[in-house]
Design a protein around this ligand. Structure first.
Ligand SMILES: [Zn+2]
Length: 485
């Protein structure tokens, strides 16, 4: 609300209203054609970053303004300004206050949103950021959240006048070394990924470069990223740390590193996140970026991915390549986990509404399955598979996993368990009649029953193979299209 009080009349008001009339813009929104003209009229070419605090309990949430900064040149699309994919727990809208025109929108998820679903009874505050093209005129920023029926409803709004003295237009001069890994062209027409590293000492920077190469090459060996590699730029930023490795509270290994990466987020031993949003955003802004990845210089299995925030992965684990691609599925395309037998930190409510994630369905309306265009007429929906056999096996594996973790065994023993799990489940899946079909297979999104996925296997389900199911592939392609036009 701070920014409402500094709202000032913009001298360009008349000019802009005239331009809107000339461009045939409606007051509610604009048509997606001609959007390049819209971009040039409404935005300067820089990135506005709004840092705010997201505070609350499991039952309530509040927002408060932190600061408004210039995050460097705008790296996103100049033509696809509105997000029509309907993904994320949250959604933000930028509206021109002079004409009441919606000029930018994006879906996103947040650490607060995940924290809230753990049922933790106490209060907590997380720093979050919204990034959008720097407006020439005062804009209304609105954050919306899903209601019980998964419709977006406003939860916070504020007005920002870019000419206000409380808006800082200075660009942070990065003191970090950055290097390009893949350069295919202009940021505006490419998906720009920035890779950060934490727990790498100055002497380990060659290893960081090698890890960036190994994992990036892996991502672009998996479809649909493989066919669309020319639509991406990948750059990395070095943040050398005084000691090697990051914080690991479960085994009692404590560390302080520049990006504050830590295992044990929400008390899940394998969930690795950083809550230091302000620092991470400042480092990432050393290069133009749409999506962020943080490599952790660790062997211990772990990672995480939050839609439109970042993905993380432990770079030295036997399954790092799998985790890298899997977590990017979460942060890039808002894909749900398709697994359901492992321990997770969330409490999942009873299923009465269709989940918004593009790769899982509650199948409440069989005739309108969200990936129905990918299903052949002779495939039954729901699609039969040897679920009981798989569930018995998989729950037994999870029990072994918990026992190994509790005993703090060497990482090799855990990796051996995962290898055994992979071999047995591949054999099981191979016997299924519909093993290659697209349909609706029960089990997914942490739910043993009542949620369905599009294929028997997928990188969002198991560590068996590096391939996305058809629903996931389609969802990823739609995001690549959004950022490469
Ligand atoms: Zn999938």
């Amino acid at each position: 609300m701070l920014f409402l009080s500094v709202f000032t009349k913009n001298p360009d008001m008349k000019k802009i209203v005239f331009l809107c009339v000339a461009l045939g813009l409606s007051v509610a929104s604009f048509s997606q054609t001609n959007t390049n003209a819209v971009y040039n009229r409404f935005f300067t070419g820089s990135t506005m970053r709004v840092d705010y605090y997201h505070t609350g309990t499991a039952r309530e949430e509040h927002f408060s303004m932190d600061r408004v900064l210039n995050d460097g040149p705008w790296a996103g699309s100049e033509t696809v300004l509105l997000d029509n994919l309907n993904r994320g727990l949250y959604f933000f809208k930028i509206t021109d206050t002079l004409t009441n025109t919606l000029i930018y929108s994006r879906g996103f998820a947040s650490i607060f949103g995940e924290w809230q679903s753990t049922g933790e009874p106490n209060w907590a505050t997380f720093s979050e950021s919204l990034r959008f093209p720097w407006p020439k005129v005062p804009v209304k920023v609105t954050i919306e959240k899903r209601d019980a029926k998964n419709n977006f409803v406003p939860v916070w709004s504020t007005v920002i006048d870019p000419a206000s003295r409380l808006v800082n237009p200075a660009v942070l001069k990065s003191t970090y070394k950055s290097f390009p890994y893949i350069e295919n062209g202009k940021s505006a027409s490419h998906v720009d990924i920035v890779i950060l590293g934490d727990g790498y000492t100055a002497a380990e920077m060659d290893k960081f470069h090698k890890d960036v190469k190994t994992l990036t090459d892996e991502l672009f060996s998996v479809e649909p990223f493989k066919s669309r590699k020319a639509d991406f730029n990948v750059r990395a930023v070095e943040t050398p740390s005084a000691t090697s490795g990051v914080n690991k509270p479960h085994p009692g290994v404590f560390n302080r590193t520049p990006l504050s990466m830590s295992y044990g987020a929400f008390d899940s031993e394998r969930y690795a996140l950083t809550f230091d949003n302000r620092t991470v955003r400042d480092v990432a802004a050393s290069v133009p970026y749409d999506y962020m990845f943080i490599l952790i210089n660790e062997r211990t299995y772990g990672g995480g991915g939050i839609f439109n925030l970042y993905s993380t992965v432990a770079a030295d684990n036997k399954f790092s390549r799998y985790i890298f691609v899997h977590e990017f599925g979460h942060s890039f395309a808002a894909l749900a986990d398709e697994y359901y037998t492992s321990d997770v930190a969330y409490q999942t409510p009873e299923i009465t509404v269709e989940p918004w994630e593009p790769n899982v369905t509650a199948l409440l309306d069989k005739a309108n399955l969200k990936w129905k265009d990918l299903v052949k007429p002779n495939t039954p929906v729901p699609t039969p598979w040897d679920k009981t056999e798989y569930d018995n096996f998989s729950y037994a594996i999870q029990k072994e996993r918990r026992a190994l973790r509790a005993a703090n065994v060497p990482e090799t023993e855990m990796e051996a368990l995962f290898e055994r799990e992979k071999k047995t489940s591949l054999d099981m899946f191979g016997k299924n009649k519909y093993k290659d079909a697209t349909g609706a297979f029960e089990g997914g999104n942490y739910m043993q029953f009542g949620i369905y996925r599009s294929a028997l296997d997928c990188i969002m389900f198991t560590r068996n193979k590096q391939a996305f199911c058809p629903a996931c592939s389609k969802a990823i392609t739609e995001v690549i299209d959004m950022y490469s036009r």
